[in-house]
Ligand binder design. Structure first.
Ligand code: 6PG
Length: 239
């Protein structure tokens, strides 16, 4: 596990974008770079910075965006992960429409999970039967969830389907989530955790038997995972 701590959330976002661009530049141009994006509130700053400061440095035609998870709402809804990413970044840069592969949160959830599983399977290379993303960017919640795999929904860590329907344990909102195995089989798993509310979950990621789905993923990933974080999230113990 590689922990990278930067002074502020903005610095953390910039360093993560730069790391992605460096690694993307080493991937042959004749094949797409497949990136699965998370939603929630944390990555919004990174997406804004990407559009505002790294637009011209980014080979947009080379990059294909997929989503780690989506709330089962239409794209215009303020809860939509795709909608957030579109407003913060996609609308402002010259990425071809055909490189954006959103989860259609407005569709019937089970059918959409299956459609998206098939879409991803048709576009990505496979390892041990699972699609392999070049990069999976994850967040984590203070209850230890990642993707939309919540405590109580741990069976999704072992699902044979790449995407499945899950339910938020408090609000009951339905979600479509990338499941555990494709996350741990991906070439690179990177957590972005900023702000003091991530203090506890960051500790769980670090502990050997840390609680929750995020810790499971962190300890079982095939390749060393990286955690990009700021001082506020790292707290005293890890600084
Ligand atoms: C979502 C996510 C989710 C997110 C965490 C952290 O749809 O909510 O993709 O997995 O990464 O819940 O969310 P915050 O950044 O809002 O704390």
């Amino acid at each position: 596990m590689i922990l990278r701590i930067f002074p502020t959330a903005g610095d953390t976002a910039r360093e993560l974008i730069q790391l992605l661009l460096d690694r993307i530049s080493r991937i042959p141009e004749d094949r797409p770079v497949n990136i699965a994006l998370s939603g929630g509130s944390t990555p919004a700053l990174m997406f804004r910075i990407w559009a505002e400061e790294f637009d011209t440095a980014t080979p947009w035609e080379h990059i294909h965006f997929f989503w780690v998870d989506e709330r089962c709402v239409p794209p215009e809804d303020s809860q939509s992960n795709y909608g957030m990413t579109k407003r913060a970044m996609l609308d402002k840069v010259a990425i071809p429409d055909e490189n954006i592969h959103r989860i259609q949160g407005e569709n019937e959830p089970k059918e959409e999970a299956q459609r998206y599983t098939e879409l991803v399977a048709s576009r990505l290379p496979k390892k041990e039967g699972f699609p392999v993303f070049d990069f999976v960017l994850l967040g984590a919640g203070d209850d230890g969830h990642t993707s939309s795999i919540f405590p109580g929904g741990e069976h999704l860590l072992h699902s044979s389907e790449a995407y499945a329907v899950s339910e938020h344990p408090v609000t009951g909102q339905q979600r479509i989530a990338l499941t555990g195995q494709p996350i741990i089989h991906s070439d690179s798993v990177i957590f972005l955790l900023t702000g003091s509310s991530k203090n506890e979950v960051l500790k769980w990621l670090y502990q050997k038997n840390g609680e929750g789905p995020a810790a499971y993923v962190a300890h079982n990933a095939r390749h060393n995972i990286e955690i990009f974080t700021d001082r506020a999230a790292a707290g005293q113990e890890l600084k």
